[in-house]
Design a protein around this ligand. Structure first.
Ligand code: DAH
Length: 335
């Protein structure tokens, strides 16, 4: 047993992994281990020898257990140190500078507009950018021979499918599936076959508005759009409605706001007129209500449409529309 102990001690001291320690424990102390085998042979001893040998065996077992535990702890400690060396983190190293992004100026403007109308009880409606000719034109009371329907101005995909030229088709889609009262805005991309220059782009952004209920009048139109103008351009803003023509509204108007840059005195921003045109609007044409399944005898409504790109340019004094689309960081970072 003394020899066994010495052998175990020697072997254990050479172990350098936790697996080795475990297999050595099995080798010496396991069920089929060397010490167990010796104890099994105790039957052949004289009865008076057994307790003495038994005691020695227990001592040896205890000693081997001790060096196993000691060595095991030592190895665990070494492994931990090794791991710490590999995973060493140099907290004095210079860090990476993360840049925070921010919203595009046009998104900021749209967010602001949305907030105003949501506050007035409007909700947001959506419609497809690839649209049926029916929704973009016919259902909006725009006849076959209307100049806007020209192949020169509109991107047709087939004769009855096109890229919507305005957000107005969302009016029709909304009326088809919702019973009045209706109060929606619908921002989105629109397309026209225009050459790119400082004020034109084949893709731009509009926001449509629609209110339909019993007893809606031109007074409601003016009231709502006045609130919008004051909230968006400032409390001192005055508005002016000029007669205009749109096929889907009757009567139709364009709304001007007093110039927010000069207060109406006349400057470069307003072309020295004191006024800036910002949207088209009108009372929804009875034909449009009828085609959308709404009884024009019972209900009336008003609609409006504004260009988000245009309002963004006005608000920030941006003189070239292309800047809004090119995403040059030197430009974008100014907002
Ligand atoms: N869809 C018109 C355009 O693209 C804008 C517009 C005018 C929308 C009057 C309206 C409206 O809803 O009532 O020029």
């Amino acid at each position: 047993m003394k020899k066994l102990y010495e052998e175990a001690q020697k072997e254990i001291s050479k172990a350098d992994s936790l697996q080795q320690i475990e297999s050595l424990r099995v080798k010496y102390l396991g069920k089929k281990g060397k010490l167990t085998q010796i104890l099994r042979g105790m039957g052949s001893l004289k009865p008076e020898e057994r307790p003495i040998i038994g005691q020695i065996a227990n001592e040896v077992r205890e000693k081997i257990e001790n060096i196993l535990t000691e060595t095991k702890n030592k190895i665990a400690q070494l492994e931990k140190e090794k791991k710490m060396k590999i995973e060493y983190l140099d907290i004095t190293m210079p860090g990476k500078l993360y840049k925070y992004g921010h919203k595009h100026p046009m998104t900021q403007v749209l967010d602001e507009i949305k907030k105003i109308f949501l506050g007035l009880g409007f909700s947001i409606a959506e419609g497809p950018e690839i649209e049926f000719t029916y929704y973009n034109f016919e259902a909006l009371n725009t006849p076959e021979d209307h100049p806007a329907r020209d192949l020169q101005d509109t991107f047709y995909i087939t004769s009855d499918i096109l890229l919507r030229t305005q957000t107005s088709p969302v009016q029709v889609r909304t009326m088809e599936k919702t019973k009045p009262p209706i109060r929606v805005i619908s921002p989105g991309r629109v397309y026209r076959s225009d050459e790119i220059d400082a004020t034109h782009s084949p893709v731009f952004h509009q926001m449509e508005g629609l209110v339909v209920d019993e007893g809606i009048t031109m007074g409601d139109l003016k009231g709502v759009l006045n609130i919008f103008a004051k909230k968006f351009f400032g409390e001192d803003t005055r508005t002016k409605f000029r007669p205009h023509f749109f096929p889907f509204t009757e009567p139709s108007a364009e709304m001007d706001v007093s110039c927010f840059a000069c207060g109406g005195k006349g400057c470069r921003v307003c072309g020295y007129t004191g006024w800036i045109e910002i949207l088209g609007a009108g009372m929804v044409h009875p034909n449009v209500l009828k085609m959308s399944g709404i009884d024009p005898e019972k209900y009336t409504g008003f609609a409006f449409g504004l260009g988000i790109d245009r309002i963004t340019m006005l608000k920030y004094g941006i003189e070239d529309l292309r800047l809004l689309f090119e995403n040059d960081m030197r430009f974008i970072e100014q907002f």
